[in-house]
Design a protein around this ligand. Structure first.
Ligand code: GTP
Length: 234
C-alpha cells in the first residue's frame, strides 16, 4: 500500500451520473463499492464532497443573489450529498461518521479536528460536510484544508476525465495527458487542477494531488497500491 491516510474529493456533479440534476443512486453505490475495496485494505479515508449537482453559489450570484447567501446554500447542498453518501457507505457495510463545518447537531457531528482523526484511527470513513463553513471558499479548498489538517498523505480528486491534460480533453482532441507534473508547471501552463486557493494550500504544504477518473472501476484501489493512474501533481 502506497498511501495510508487519504483525502478523497468528489464533485457534486459526479453524483448525478447521467442525470441532469440530483443524485443517481446507482452511481453512489458504485462509489461505495470502490471505497470498500480500499477501506478493506486498512486505508484511513476522509471524503469531501461538493454540492454542484444541487446548488452552486457562483451561479446564484449571476442570477442576482448575494454571493454569501448563495455560498451558504451551496454548503447545505454538500450536506445533502454527504448524507446520501453516508447512507450508501452504510449499505455497503462501511463504518462512517459525518462531520459538518456548520453546526447542525441533529444530523451530523460538529467538525472537530481531533475527533475526525480519532474516527480515522478507528477505521471509520470520515465525511466532511458543509465545505469549510465559510463563503467564498470552494469545496476543493475544503478538501485541501481538511487533508492538511488530518495529515493526509495525498489528496485524490475524482473527476470524469483521466487526469490533467495540456488542454481541455472534452473540447480539444489534440490534448495530451500528463502522468506527472510539478506544482510550478501547473501554474506556468495555467492548468486547471483546482481553484488557486485550494491549489496553493496544497503546494505550500507539500501535499501531492492525484487527479483521476473515478468512473473507471478499480481506479481507487490502483492508486492506493501505487499504480500510475491519472495525473500526480507533486
Ligand atoms: P467513539 O466515542 O470513538 O466510540 O465514537 P462514536 O462515534 O462511535 O461514539 P459517539 O457516542 O460519539 O457517537 C455515536 C453515534 O452518534 C455516531 O454515529 C456519531 O456519528 C453520532 N453522533 C455523535 N455526536 C453527534 C452529534 O453531535 N450529532 C449527531 N447528529 N450525531 C452525533
Amino acid at each position: 500500500m502506497k498511501y495510508k491516510r487519504v483525502l478523497l474529493k468528489l464533485s457534486g456533479e459526479s453524483l448525478m451520473g447521467d442525470k441532469q440534476f440530483g443524485i443517481d443512486n446507482a452511481r453512489l453505490t458504485k462509489y461505495a463499492e470502490q471505497i470498500k475495496e480500499i477501506t478493506d485494505l486498512g486505508v484511513e479515508l476522509g471524503i469531501v464532497i461538493g454540492g454542484g449537482n444541487i446548488f452552486r453559489g457562483v451561479q446564484a450570484e449571476e442570477g442576482g443573489m448575494d454571493r454569501t447567501h448563495g455560498d451558504y446554500m451551496g454548503m447545505l447542498a454538500t450536506m445533502i450529498n454527504a448524507m446520501a453518501l453516508q447512507s450508501a457507505l452504510e449499505t455497503a457495510g462501511i463504518d462512517s461518521r459525518l462531520l459538518s463545518a456548520i453546526e447542525m447537531k441533529e444530523i451530523a457531528e460538529p467538525y472537530v479536528r481531533r475527533r475526525a482523526v480519532r474516527h480515522l484511527e478507528k477505521g471509520r470513513v470520515v465525511i466532511f460536510g458543509a465545505g469549510t463553513g465559510n463563503p467564498y471558499f470552494t469545496t476543493d479548498s475544503a478538501a485541501s484544508l481538511r487533508a492538511i489538517e488530518i495529515n493526509a498523505d495525498v489528496i485524490i480528486k475524482g473527476t470524469r476525465v483521466d487526469g490533467v491534460y495540456t488542454k481541455d480533453p472534452e473540447k480539444d482532441v489534440t490534448a495530451e495527458k500528463y502522468d506527472n507534473i510539478s506544482f510550478d508547471d501547473v501554474y506556468a501552463n495555467g492548468l486547471n487542477v483546482m481553484d488557486m486557493t485550494a491549489f496553493t494550500l496544497c503546494k505550500e504544504n507539500d501535499l501531492p494531488i492525484i487527479v483521476f477518473n473515478i468512473n473507471t472501476e478499480g481506479n481507487l484501489k490502483r492508486i492506493i497500491m501505487g499504480e500510475s493512474v491519472g495525473t500526480i501533481v507533486a
